[in-house]
Design a protein around this ligand. Structure first.
Ligand SMILES: Cc1ncc(COP(=O)(O)O)c(C=O)c1O
Length: 380
């Protein structure tokens, strides 16, 4: 069997022309149920759209092909995917290790919801392999990584941490939302499950909320699919179709996101009102060498600390114009936000609290000179 290149898989995997009409694009199967040819006579296995829907199947097959896994599952949001994963693999008494700068919603799910069901957790710096090893307990079942992390853009060494997790009999989960499968394929580096908020780069146009799980283990894939149906947080057919359309252009979008981010980093790094730039593509970034080994390029997310402190950071966010002030990331348009007061406000007072002078950019694919001029003006 020929294994096609990334862009070919993005455009064709799971997306054979419709057998009845030849439609090149998978139709949106806006149906809750499917007629049966006699009791139990399912056509192509379709019965009820919570269990499976052909538009969602197309997306799930494409996601599995892009992440080099054997099973992909599409959810109504990244959080629905995370919840389904945690309830599939954890039981009361188990322990989870999470990044000490995880996405705030992941931290909230684990610390405020999952903990109430008897699961304990430890926040560890995932860029420090020995710190993660030291946080392992006999009851650790999951080591959860983001790499790059949100919003500090720290880098975790996936192969090294896969070894740490597997030595302890735990699963390695990687939230690959920031890197996307174009820049990094965690299953090929030893991870057991990949998580996505497809709301971000996979969808790519800020017009849909979605999530995904992908695994290279068929038995675990069956378990996850069982829980996806049992819990019901599935992607609807319209949303699945939008994410699938987004995936087709993921590679070209990511290359432009990276080009523009590199130019933005260069401008910020030399600016007197910027105290520090956090970007794994900078040779001075502590995770640069690991990122070079496991990523194709360094992504479109850039964080930086403003020299004037919290108020200066907030004012800068308010002054930007081409960069839209807003949460989320990964769309074609550039976004700016203040994590301490916005995306990461729920982590205040916790081990995951972020610095008050931090600003996060999702660098879009607009004309780069317009982005540079906008930041220069906002930084004055
Ligand atoms: C890294 C990361 N993981 C997961 C999520 C949650 O995804 P969603 O908002 O689609 O539920 C987000 C959302 O911002 C995120 O940034």
């Amino acid at each position: 069997m020929t294994v096609h290149g990334f862009e070919t898989r993005a455009i064709h995997a799971g997306q054979e022309p419709d057998p009845r009409t030849g439609a090149v694009i998978p139709p949106i199967y806006a149906t809750s149920t499917f007629a049966q040819d006699g009791v139990g006579g399912l056509r192509d296995g379709y019965e009820y759209s919570r269990s499976a829907n052909p538009t969602r199947t197309a997306l799930e097959e494409c996601l599995a092909a892009l992440e080099v896994g054997v099973r992909g599952l599409a959810f109504a949001s990244g959080m629905a995917a995370e919840d389904t994963l945690l309830r599939t693999v954890l039981s009361p008494g188990d322990h989870v290790i999470i990044p000490n700068d995880a996405y705030g919603g992941t931290f909230r799910l684990i610390s405020r919801v999952v903990e109430r069901w008897g699961v304990s957790w430890t926040a560890a710096p995932v860029s420090d392999i020995e710190a993660v090893r030291g946080a392992i307990r006999p009851e650790t079942k999951v080591v959860w990584l983001e790499t790059p992390t949100n919003p500090l853009l720290n880098i975790a060494d996936i192969p090294a941490l896969a070894e740490v997790a597997h030595d302890a009999g735990a699963l390695l989960v990687v939230d690959n939302t920031f890197a996307t499968p174009y820049l990094q394929q965690p299953l090929t580096l030893g991870a057991d499950v990949v998580v996505h908020s497809t709301t971000k780069y996979c969808g790519g146009h800020s017009d849909v909320v979605g999530g995904a799980l992908i695994t290279g283990d068929a038995a675990l894939g069956d378990e996850l699919a069982y829980h996806q149906n049992a819990l019901g947080g599935v992607a609807g057919p319209f949303d699945a179709w939008l994410v699938l359309r987004g995936l087709k252009t993921l590679a070209v979008r990511m290359d432009r996101h990276c080009d523009n981010a590199e130019r933005v980093v260069e401008a910020l790094a030399g600016h007197p009102n910027v105290a520090e730039v956090l970007y794994p593509g900078l040779p001075s970034h502590p995770g640069h060498e690991v990122a070079r080994r496991q990523m194709r390029r360094f992504g479109g997310m850039v964080s930086f600390r403003v020299a004037g402190g919290e108020e200066a950071a907030v004012e800068l966010c308010n002054r930007a114009q081409v960069f839209t002030l807003g949460e989320s990331l990964g769309g074609v348009e550039s976004l700016i936000e203040h994590p301490g007061r916005m995306t990461h406000a729920s982590a205040a007072g916790s081990p995951l609290e972020v610095a008050a002078d931090l600003v996060r950019l999702s660098v879009g694919i607009e004309t780069v000179d317009d982005l540079l001029a906008d930041l220069d003006n906002a930084l004055k």
